[in-house]
Design a protein around this ligand. Structure first.
Ligand code: PEP
Ligand code: MG
Length: 768
């Protein structure tokens, strides 16, 4: 894959020589350091052993074929095989000599590091690492305090071998990367003997608010990154330019360089333990540097920093990976323990590192070998998680640690996996016991005794995120919600309403299909669950419209639930029995939903609107409305609308308007797949899934124009509504409102405001 540039690309590149396009040669970390250097950020001196050097090493030593053949035959879900193939492949990489030319290039560059650069840190930089779509955080080796040619060459070779560590192979396979296409570069960098160090998120990692979160502790940064110490936590508000929150942790240890070639853990004195690591002035300086990186890259960054004396260094920067929703029922998961009626006693508190609520049985893991006892659906409790545990973290329902902060590896990976996590509880492994059933609230950072059915009532902590400065936009900026427990957080963004409430998650969370409730005469239970879930969201948005979408779960999502055995097996569930077409033919299922809506309208929630998914003909809308009328809904007085997810509904928009829709909302996730014939869940064609395809844009433009002409609200609630560029385009084409994911609301509001001002300015200039 690097054939074309193989001849020209040198074995070694200095940071000053690196351009953004060199990512394939120097990896995410190397490219980012090179770019930061060109920005003038204080990056310690470094050179990169390029991916081409690694490739030449594989080819010239003749090990390439053997190695990839072994990996291709491997089933990564077979733990034993994964471990042994990983060991074999790493042994192969370590057992051969580095070819002379490469060896000389490295030694030569090392000699030119200068007098401060003799002691270096050697870090892997996989060419798929740190890319926006996939955080491989900490998956490959880092060696600190490396001194002398032999140790340097050894560290470089070990970094290469670490590309084939069990966790790295597993993670790549699960994220769909082909081993043959993943290379590794190695950064060799002057070691900064940091007196204090840590990480920062240039924007809030959960909400995306303009709050820089800085975590710091004494000594080298490995303590924070690996989670072996609970760091101080500072929150800097970029709007008011002040430190608005600080939590001084009890820091027990620090990691310092040791002897000639390593590091050691040192216990801190009682004074150091509780002393703040950073002054407000230092936090402000760090946040300013973080902002420079964020503005340059255009997305919030996860930055590693160090301080020596008065000097700040930026060690690395990479995009923050976004958080996925926790999937409550997991395929193949064991049935959840019987839920208790009410919330249990609070057992422990820590930092909510990855949102979501999960109940399950505790498995205490003292060593990575203990992870073999973990079953799907358990809760992993450990002193400090580390990258070796990723395969186990993938299977568990929640993660609880004694140590670590919001930005440690465990927190990052948990968020990416969508697994609730609470870190830094200090004593989980002492207080909790194997087999004990607990509930983990990864948003509030609370551990309850027993299993709880309902989400914890929203505590003020859920709205602790400062509301953004009010930016008034002509185009309404709404928010998407799937889980009622996210309602407060969604409302705290200041959004102008809910543009999509997906009720599947409410229902899937019950772990029984709607059909089961009908079959067992338990309709009332279903209706009241739905009623209270939707009510929670309505209560969080008084006076603002909340569009609740009727059920839209493909049959395969129901299969693992109780009652799922009678779901039809479809060749293509995406094109099958889902959305409004299913409700129209399953009146009992539709009626239960309508009953919940009716009760909410009767209770005075006139801000509730109902949205029908996957309509492809106005007749479906007409029929759905007629059924609601028959069941006693005053359909003239309530807000009913449709999603535009099928090209036919965009093409027939005028007819939908004539049929009486009050609003239409683009479900671009589906609209794109049905316009381009690209299955949104199929990784083989994922690169062809093109939101800005001209055909998609033309359909959208056509439908917006028709809605505007007839005064019908037109919105978007697909993922494209969380993309600032797409949103600017939509505003330019006249959309009435947009609805974004919770974390995207601030940046979408900004994109809308900017575009609107640009439109006004252009008009003013034209008229001047
Ligand atoms: C969409 O299709 O864009 C949408 C919002 O619906 P879902 O992702 O639930 O199919
Ligand atoms: Mg959809």
């Amino acid at each position: 894959m690097c054939g074309a540039s193989m001849k020209e690309m040198p074995n070694v590149l200095w940071l000053e020589e690196i351009k953004k396009e060199d990512i394939i040669s120097v990896g995410g970390k190397g490219a980012s350091l090179g770019e930061m250097t060109s920005l003038g950020l204080p990056v310690p001196k470094a050179f990169v052993v390029t991916a081409q050097a690694f490739r030449r090493f594989l080819v010239e030593t003749g090990i390439e074929d053997t190695l990839f053949r072994k990996l291709e035959r491997l089933d990564v879900d077979d733990n034993g095989a994964l471990e042994s193939v990983s060991r074999e492949v790493q042994d192969i990489v370590l057992s051969v000599e580095i070819p002379d030319q490469i060896r000389e290039a490295i030694i030569d560059a090392y000699a030119r590091m200068g007098e401060n650069g003799e002691v270096v840190a050697v870090r892997s930089s996989a060419t798929a690492e740190d890319l926006p779509e996939a955080s491989f955080a900490g998956q490959q080796e880092t060696f600190l305090n490396v001194l002398g040619n032999d140790d340097l060459l050894d560290a470089v070779q070990r970094c290469w071998a670490s590309l084939y560590g069990a966790r790295a192979i597993y993670y790549r396979a699960k994220q769909g990367f082909d081993d043959r296409g993943v290379n590794i570069a190695v950064v060799v960098q002057e070691l900064i003997r940091s007196e204090k160090s840590g990480v920062m998120f240039t924007s809030h990692p959960v909400t995306g608010e303009p709050l820089t979160i800085v975590e710091g502790s004494w000594g080298l940064g490995e303590a924070v990154v690996s989670g072996s110490v609970s760091p101080d936590n500072y929150v800097f508000d970029l709007r008011s330019e002040r430190v608005v929150d600080r939590l001084i942790a009890e820091k027990e240890i620090m990691i310092v360089p040791e002897g000639e070639n390593g590091t050691k853990v040192v216990k801190l004195t009682p004074e150091q333990r509780t002393a703040p690591v950073l002054s407000d002035e230092e936090v402000a300086r760090l946040a300013t540097l973080g902002k420079i990186a964020e503005e340059h890259y255009g997305v919030p960054q996860d930055v590693e920093w160090a301080i020596v004396g008065n000097e700040i260094f930026i060690l690395q920067s990479r995009p923050i990976t976004t958080i996925r929703r926790p999937e409550i029922p997991r395929a193949g998961a064991e049935p959840a323990p019987e839920p208790a009626a009410a919330l249990g006693v609070v057992l422990l508190e820590g930092q909510g590192a990855s949102p979501g609520i999960a109940s399950g049985r505790v498995v205490i893991v003292r060593d990575v070998r203990d992870t073999s006892t973990i079953k799907d659906g358990d809760i992993l409790v450990t002193k400090m998680t580390n990258p070796d545990m990723v395969p186990a973290m993938r299977r568990v329902k929640a993660i609880v640690t004694d140590e670590g902060g919001m930005t440690c590896h465990a927190a990052i990976v948990s968020r990416e996996l969508g697994t609730p996590a609470v870190v830094g509880t200090k004593k989980a492994t002492k207080i909790l016991q194997d087999g004990q059933v607990i509930t983990v609230d990864g948003e509030k950072g609370t551990i309850y005794e027993g299993a709880v059915e309902a989400p914890a009532p929203a505590a003020p902590a859920a709205v602790a995120v400062a509301a953004p400065a009010p930016v008034i936009t002509g185009t309404l900026v709404k928010v998407n919600v799937s889980l009622p427990e996210a309602a407060k957080r969604a409302a705290a963004t200041g959004a102008d309403g809910v543009g999509l409430l997906r009720i599947e998650h409410l229902i899937l969370g019950l772990n029984k299909t709607p059909g089961w409730y009908v079959e067992h005469g338990e309709e009332e239970k279903f209706i009241s669950e739905l009623y209270s879930g939707i009510k929670t969201v309505l209560d969080a948005f008084p006076g603002k419209s909340v569009w609740v979408r009727t059920l839209d779960a493909p049959t395969d999502e129901f299969r693992n639930m109780e009652g799922g055995e009678v779901e039809p097996v479809e060749h293509n569930p995406m094109l099958g029995w889902r959305g409004i077409r299913r409700d129209l033919r399953s009146p009992e299922q539709f009626r239960m939903q309508v009953e919940a809506f009716k009760r909410l309208w009767a209770a005075g929630y006139s801000n509730l609107g109902v949205m029908f998914p996957l309509v492809n003909h106005p007749a479906e809308f007409v029929q759905a409305r007629a059924m609601m009328k028959e069941w006693g809904v005053n359909v003239e007085n309530v807000t009913l609308g449709v999603m535009i997810e099928v090209p036919s509904s965009a093409i027939l928009i005028e007819d939908f308007i004539k049929a009486g829709i009050k609003f239409a909302s683009f479900g671009t996730n589906d609209l794109i797949q049905y316009t381009l014939a690209i299955d949104r869940n199929n990784e083989h064609v994922a690169d062809m899934y093109e939101p800005e395809h001209p055909a998609v844009l033309r359909l959208i433009d056509y439908a917006i124009k028709a809605c505007r002409e007839h005064g019908v609200e037109c919105s978007i609630c697909g993922q494209a509504g969380s993309d600032p560029d797409m949103v600017a385009w939509l505003v330019g084409h006249g959309i009435t409102s947009v609805s974004a994911n919770i974390d995207a609301v601030p940046r979408i509001r900004e994109a809308v405001a900017r575009k609107e001002r640009q439109i006004l300015l252009d008009a003013a200039r034209r008229n001047a």
